[in-house]
Design a protein around this ligand. Structure first.
Ligand code: NIG
Ligand code: FE
Length: 418
């Protein structure tokens, strides 16, 4: 099966030579073809070029994209999309003056999500997550990282990871699983954090490794959660199972989490709302990519990740949703793009690079996803007619997406599922 898309107003993120990620001033370069065609064979990008160079090319199926923009589907490299229920009561508590930390101290927060998740069967959890997956695919997400971390017991962590495995099997989008057993200290370990770290290392990690349930390891390295020593231990043990770190660091406090992550050759360091010069220095020349999560800052009212400092220091940056019930109850990458431009002062070109090629790198899938390159997966966003791609972040809150293609097939919108 082949598909030829013709008369594309702007074909974005076109890279003939595969590139691992873009950093520094190169992030402001978003290569594009005007008045272009795109040829898809099965699930793969076969060819592209300007309409003038298309000469007699035909395909089984043709699509006319006059006035429309086509770009790679979003690569959302940080989510907690498997969860049991919303935490809207905490939302109201925060409006009334409590902080995220105060809510957590009162047994809300991640522990509240763990309590809810314990009561759900694998099937129930899958169905809840599946609805969210359909929603984010329709919003343009073609690849997604999903973390465990609302289990906090061996059974419940494995249950979450099996749900993620099933999502991977049953949905066309690319799914990357991450083990986040060290997300919070369970109530019954409140006064013995080390015993919980031991449990993660000795009982959960080996099972995750044996069943190959995760590709990456994450730790919530934060005051009141897991300290530098815990993080160091967990990452050391996880390496024995081939799990590379993608770590929650510097969300509320900067105290050396970035350096620990870099020491363990982390693929990404995520959050970074608090960022020291030492953190920036330690990232220079490494293969660790910083990831900003602006929807979390928006929702919690905490500082935004200093994207300008990061990019202007020559580093790369990815952006992701952090979709979770506590700090970012939205999986909408389009909103993240807008927030990155409006609040992080990223240009539309930088934001789109951060959400495509750099997002793919932050999941280790950049050889197959994140750009319009011959041989890569045909995961695409086809917009409604637009005057230019800058409209995507500019006219925030409007859905500019007409169709989403994943693996060479136009996906059905959630309302069309029946
Ligand atoms: O990335 N900070 C840690 N984890 C999530 C929030 C989890 C929750 O509140 O449920 C985050 O913000
Ligand atoms: Fe997170």
């Amino acid at each position: 099966m082949s598909i030829l898309i013709k008369n594309i107003k702007q074909l974005l993120q076109v890279r003939d030579q595969p590139q691992k990620f873009v950093s520094g001033s190169a992030m402001n370069d978003l290569p594009k073809l005007n008045n272009a065609y795109l040829l898809i064979e099965h699930d793969t990008i076969a060819d592209y070029g300007s309409m003038e160079s298309m000469h007699g090319l035909t395909a089984d199926h043709e699509i006319d994209a006059t006035g429309k923009i086509i770009l790679p589907a979003w690569c959302d490299s940080h989510t907690h999309i498997v969860f049991a229920g919303h935490r809207e009561r905490e939302f109201v508590d925060r409006i009334n003056g409590l902080s995220y930390e105060e809510i957590a101290e009162r047994g809300g927060g991640i522990l509240n999500s763990a309590k809810m998740l314990a009561k759900q069967s694998e099937d129930q959890l899958f169905n809840l997550a599946a609805d969210r997956i359909r929603e984010v695919m329709a919003l343009g997400t073609g690849a997604i990282e999903i973390k465990s971390g609302y289990g906090l017991t061996p059974e419940a962590e494995i249950k979450m990871l099996r749900v993620i495995k099933r999502i991977k099997k049953e949905f066309p989008l690319k799914v990357i699983p991450t083990f986040l057993g060290a997300h919070a200290i369970p109530e019954n370990y409140k006064n013995n954090r080390q015993a919980y770290v031991d449990l993660v290392i000795s009982h959960i990690l080996p099972k995750v490794g044996e069943e190959r349930l995760a590709k990456y390891i994450d730790v919530f390295c934060e005051k009141g959660y897991f300290d530098l020593g815990d993080t160091d231990r967990i990452l050391t043990e996880a390496a024995k199972y081939g799990l590379r770190p993608k770590v929650h660091v510097n969300q509320f406090n900067a105290f050396g989490g970035v350096a620990i992550a870099v020491k363990h050759n982390a693929l990404s360091v995520d959050h970074l709302e608090e960022l020291n010069q030492e953190d920036i220095d330690v990232l220079q020349g490494t293969t660790t990519i910083p990831v900003a999560l602006p929807a979390c800052s928006f929702f919690l009212g905490i500082p935004y990740t200093p994207a300008r400092r990061i990019i202007d220091s020559g580093l790369p940056l990815a952006i992701a949703t952090d979709f979770n019930p506590g700090s970012a109850p939205s999986g909408n990458m389009n909103f993240v793009i807008s927030t990155a431009c409006i609040r992080l002062k990223m240009t539309p070109a930088e934001a789109i690079n951060a959400a495509t090629i750099n997002g793919a790198y932050a999941m280790g899938i950049e050889s197959q996803y994140g750009s319009i390159t011959r041989g890569k997966r045909a995961n695409l966003i086809i917009t409604k007619p637009l005057s230019g791609y800058e409209i995507l972040p500019y006219a925030f809150g409007t859905n500019h997406i007409e169709e989403v293609m994943i693996n060479g097939e136009i996906i059905k919108k959630p309302q069309e599922k029946s």
